[in-house]
Write a protein that binds this ligand. Sequence first.
Ligand code: FEO
Ligand code: CA
Ligand code: CA
Ligand code: CA
Length: 510
Amino acid sequence: GATQADPRTYPPFRPIEPTGADTLTLPERYRFQVVAPWGEVFTEGGREIGFNHDYVGFFPIDLLEGGSSSTDALLTINHEYVNALFVGGNTKERTREQIDAEMKAVGVSVVRVRREGGGWKIVPDPRNRRIDALTEIELTGPARGSAAVKGATTVRGTVGNCSGGQTPWGTLLTCEENVDGYTKAWAGSGYEAMHQGWVTEIDPFDPAWTPRKRTGMGRFRHENAAVTVAKDGRVVVYMGDDMQDSCIYKFISRGKYAPGNRAANRDLLADGDLYVANFGNGSWVLLDYDRNKKLQEARGSDGKALFGGQADVLADARASALAVGGTPVDRPEDIEIHPRTGEVYASLTNNSKHGNYFGQIIKFREHGDDWTAQTFLWDVFAVGGPQSGFASPDNLVFDPYGNLWMVTDNSDLSSNPTKAFHGNNAMFFFPTEGPNRGRAYRFAVGPVDAEMTGPVFSPDGRTLFVSIQHPGEDSESLDKLRSNFAAKPGSNVPRPTLVAIEGFPGWVKA
Ligand code: FEO
Ligand code: CA
Ligand code: CA
Ligand code: CA
């Protein structure tokens, strides 16, 4: 039976209440430290940590030698978008200088951190680097060189870097989500929206390896990439399209994962099949022009064929998905795989179009517990609202016991009915088994206007890294700042930052 000491069924903290305080509020005995704030110089060439931190990847420094250090790592930090009030400072005109500042503040930071002297700090390393909106990136897969991407084989930059995933071979998948607005914002810079909206693979250990966009994984508002290896060795990636009434996808590699053969593994995601979820009959529908007649027969309102081939299918995966019976859902945010049961959990954050303001977390189980299966069963795990205390679930992370940790994002609801019970955006803990299965316990509350994003634990469970994204975002001007979170000494300007939270007991044998 479950006991209070069982880490699979009870939180390792005393839950806290909602608050509107302008800090990161934590339970008794927990503390946080600002580790990698926006603007901090961290490379030999003088590059700075970017803005609006999102997904965090934790790559133990000794990973490629089979190690799992919890105190020394290369972290990857997504920088999702900028706020011109803070970056560049020119909120009036799209000057060349403003655009340059913005292009350099987005993308990904690869930064080495180490725990020493009781705290975390950035340490110099030749692998510390920025990938931004100007970095050269290679296209791979069926859309490479196609008309859909205007013939391109190499493109510039990665933007809209929201959540992501880590592969078993030690690379980052960074997901390009909200990429459309830059066509106007960065007009004149040569920005091409068809070169964005993909999943980009980056090797934090090898700066010489050109990052690769994986066009076989489709182009949509990529939220995340939950990566696993199926029984037969193929790699499976679950992905959400974060838009109202959009779908959940999975990608299955053609080749098989070969432990120890990193060079081969780094090419695995270039080739495979993309499927979309049909929640009506619990099936995965193949998005392949040659093997799915519905894609060949799909017509627009003008009677013309929607797709001329596989590159078109991938470049507008949303239209393809809907044409073959993919089920539109309420804005899929993060997806994660339960470490013990193999079930796949997905945040459906909200959908104001349907009056779904609070969202829910669903889960599904693949047929035969095989991630390559063509069919699945699904269920609701937890529902947001005043009863459960959370609203708008966003990023997820499991601990090794199978407890789910979730951060909320109420920031983009135009009229926000969550404020009455929710306070600032928060982080919750849910047991996934035992008597409190699906019950939400509030672990942390973020500063004013902020969203906590990209949570990841160190392998020993003693440190939780989390991004504090967009503190003070709704400030009208620098004279009327709504937050001062993580401001530099002598300044009151808030800074998005990575923080390290400590006070956890670490993983103990359950
Ligand atoms: Fe960038 Fe869907 O969150
Ligand atoms: Ca998100
Ligand atoms: Ca996650
Ligand atoms: Ca969100």
